[in-house]
Design a protein around this ligand. Structure first.
Ligand code: GTQ
Ligand code: FE2
Length: 365
C-alpha cells in the first residue's frame, strides 16, 4: 500500500517500527502472504525406497532396545520440505515399526489417533483397550485416541508394520496428551479378536451394539476381507482417478474410521494409468503389492513393494501399474478433517487428455 502524500518516509518508517515493538502488523503489508490464491504445501512429493528402509529398520533392532520413555522402535519418515516438523506430510506421521520375537512395545495411550498396516510377519498382536488384535500382512489395525495399546510379538520372526498417526496435526493444534500404562502390557479384558468377531462382516452388526463415539468399533480390518472386497469391486466398476479404490469404513456410520484419519486401499489393474486430479488434504501411500509409478506435480515416482510415498495437499497426482501386473496401494489420509471443516475441494486435471506431462524423474534431495 502506498504512503499517503501528507506523510514523510521517515514518519512512515517510525510508524512501522512502532507497530513491530507493540506486536502489531499492518495487514496491507502482508495480505499477499496470507490470502494466497490456492494452497501450496511446504511438504514436497517424496518417495522412500524399501531397499533403503529395510536394512535401516533391521539395524534398529540391533541398536535400540525398548524401554519406558522410548516405548516404540519406529523409524519416522520426515518430509524433506518440513525438516522442522516430525511428519511425512504437514499433518501425518508415518513410521515403520520393528518388533522382535518375544518383545513387548509397552502399553500407553495418547490423544493422537493411530493406524497400523502390517507389512511383514505373522504372529504379532496389538492389544487395544483389552482387545487383542492378531496381526498378519495386509491387516489394518486401529488405535483410536486415548485407547490403551501395547504391541507384542509371539512369533519367531521380526514384525514390520507401517504406523500412521495424526500426530503433527494434533501437535499443531496443541492437543497432545499422553499417559503410560502402569504395567508393561495390559490384561486382556475381552476374548481375543472381540471387535472383529462382532463387526468384521461389514454388512451386518449386532442389534444391541450402540455407537461408542466418532471412532470405528471394528479395530482389526483383516486382509482376506479387504482383498475380497477389492476383487469383487474390480469385476464391476473402477474410478477414473484411483481405479479400484475403497475406503475402510466405520460400520456404524459408513463414514471414515476416525474423525482425523481415513484409510484407503486401491487395486490398480494391470497396465492402468489413471487420470490426474488434485484435492485438499495430504496422502501417505504404501505400495503393498506389485509395482508401478505415480506422477505428482509432474514428477514421476517409480515404486515397488514396500516403497512409501506422499502426495502433499493440492498436488496433482495420478497412478499407474506396470504392464501386465496389478498393484495394490494402501493409503492414510487427513481428508476427514478437511471435510469436517468445510475445506475439502477437488479438481480434475483437464489438459493433455487428463494426464500430466512428466517434467522430471525422481529428484534426489
Ligand atoms: O505404536 O503406539 O509410530 O505411540 C508413533 C507413536 C507408533 C505406537 C508410532 C506411537 C506408536
Ligand atoms: Fe501409541
Amino acid at each position: 500500500m502506498a504512503i499517503k502524500q501528507a506523510v514523510t518516509v521517515d514518519e512512515a518508517t517510525e510508524y512501522y517500527q512502532t507497530l513491530q515493538r507493540k506486536h502489531l502488523v499492518a495487514l496491507w503489508n502482508v495480505q499477499a502472504n496470507l490470502l494466497v490464491k490456492e494452497p501450496k504445501s511446504r511438504a514436497v512429493p517424496y518417495l522412500w525406497r524399501w531397499d533403503d528402509l529395510l536394512p535401516l529398520i533391521q539395524r534398529s533392532g540391533e541398536l535400540a532396545s525398548i524401554t519406558r520413555g522410548a516405548e516404540r522402535r519406529v523409524l519416522g519418515l520426515i518430509n524433506p520440505g518440513l525438516p522442522d516438523r516430525y511428519g511425512a506430510t504437514h499433518t501425518m506421521w508415518a513410521g515403520f515399526q520393528y518388533l522382535l520375537p518375544g518383545e513387548v512395545a509397552l502399553a500407553h495411550r495418547h490423544s493422537p489417533s493411530a493406524i497400523r498396516f502390517i507389512v511383514q510377519g505373522e504372529g504379532g498382536f496389538t492389544t487395544v483397550d483389552g482387545d487383542k488384535c492378531l496381526m498378519g500382512p495386509g491387516d489394518m489395525i486401529l488405535t483410536p485416541p486415548w485407547t490403551w495399546h501395547d504391541h507384542g510379538n509371539e512369533s519367531d520372526e521380526p514384525m514390520i508394520w507401517l504406523d500412521g498417526l495424526d500426530l503433527p496435526m494434533v501437535a499443531e493444534l496443541e492437543g497432545v496428551f499422553y499417559e503410560p500404562f502402569p504395567k508393561d502390557a495390559q490384561p486382556l479384558g475381552k476374548p481375543v479378536g472381540d471387535s472383529e468377531r462382532r463387526y468384521s462382516v461389514g454388512q451386518l452388526r449386532p442389534t444391541w451394539q450402540k455407537s461408542v463415539g466418532p471412532f470405528s468399533p471394528l479395530l482389526n480390518y483383516k486382509w482376506a476381507r479387504t482383498e475380497e472386497a477389492l476383487r469383487r469391486l474390480a469385476t464391476v466398476e473402477a474410478d477414473p482417478f484411483d481405479d479400484v479404490a475403497m475406503e475402510y469404513i466405520n460400520p456404524h456410520t459408513g463414514g471414515p474410521i476416525m474423525p482425523r484419519l481415513a484409510c484407503g486401499i486401491q487395486l490398480l489393474r494391470p497396465g492402468v494409468r489413471t487420470r490426474a486430479h488434485r484435492h485438499t488434504g495430504s496422502v501417505i501411500y504404501l505400495a503393498f503389492e506389485g509395482s508401478g509409478y505415480s506422477v505428482i506435480d509432474g514428477q514421476r515416482f517409480d515404486w515397488s513393494k514396500g516403497d512409501l510415498f506422499v502426495v502433499p495437499t493440492w498436488a496433482w497426482h495420478e497412478h499407474a501399474s506396470a504392464d501386465g501386473q496389478e498393484a495394490i496401494l494402501f493409503s492414510v489420509q487427513d481428508k476427514p478433517v478437511m471435510e469436517a471443516l468445510g475445506l475439502y475441494r477437488e479438481q480434475a486435471y483437464e489438459a493433455h487428455g487428463g494426464r500430466q506431462p512428466i517434467s522430471a524423474g525422481r529428484i534426489e534431495l
